[in-house]
Design a protein around this ligand. Structure first.
Ligand SMILES: [Fe+2]
Ligand SMILES: [Fe+2]
Length: 193
């Protein structure tokens, strides 16, 4: 656990990530932090908070299934059928958020970390910037990403909606369960159409 008296700014977040993540994951986190900060500057969130969120978003991504499930139980993170099927993929975000919250991380940043994988309803600008940066970081490459990156030049909401749609299509194509948060995020943009 992190000491509860730590003040978590970008430098502390980087050091914490470096103490917990392997080299590849740390490099991913650096790219996400830098892109999230760029989006934050563009769309009106705090670049420093985006850096912190980016460095910390995958803090628990290198845990084993057993470790992430144990951490979820310890921290009171709900574990449903979906999470039990993909513990690391679906729990690394809320578990990291719960741990960081307990350590005194600002709620807005913790919430962004919590929602970075599947999204959810009512995401603020910071949470959307992190979600989008994790989706678009420069080493990612898959069909449809170019369009999301282009949308991210001008509209945060349009880009996030396109990312949420692509994610949902992919999850359904792979015949996996849909997380309610992913559906909420999708419906926030598309339900009125
Ligand atoms: Fe993640
Ligand atoms: Fe990530």
């Amino acid at each position: 656990m992190i000491g509860t008296t730590d003040i978590i700014g970008p430098a502390e977040a980087q050091a914490l990530a470096a103490s917990r993540l392997g080299r590849r994951r740390l490099e991913h986190s650096r790219r996400v932090a830098e892109l999230a900060a760029r989006y934050a500057g563009r769309f009106g969130a705090s670049p420093d908070e985006a850096l912190v969120a980016g460095w910390l978003h995958d803090l628990c991504r290198d845990l084993s299934e057993e470790e992430v499930l144990a951490a979820a139980t310890r921290l009171g993170v709900p574990v449903g059928t979906l999470e039990r099927g993909h513990p690391v993929g679906l729990l690394h975000a809320p578990v990291a958020a719960a741990e960081l919250r307990a350590a005194g991380l600002e709620e807005r940043v913790a919430r962004a970390v919590e929602l970075h994988t599947v999204g959810g309803p009512g995401m603020d600008t910071l949470a959307k910037c992190l979600y989008l940066a994790d989706f678009c970081e420069p080493e990612r490459d898959f069909d449809g990403l170019g369009k999301v990156r282009r949308l991210a030049e001008t509209s945060l909401d349009e880009a996030v909606a396109a990312a949420a749609r692509l994610t949902l299509v992919e999850v359904i194509e792979r015949e996996r369960g849909v997380h309610p948060g992913a559906l909420d995020l999708y419906n926030e943009h598309y339900a009125g159409r």
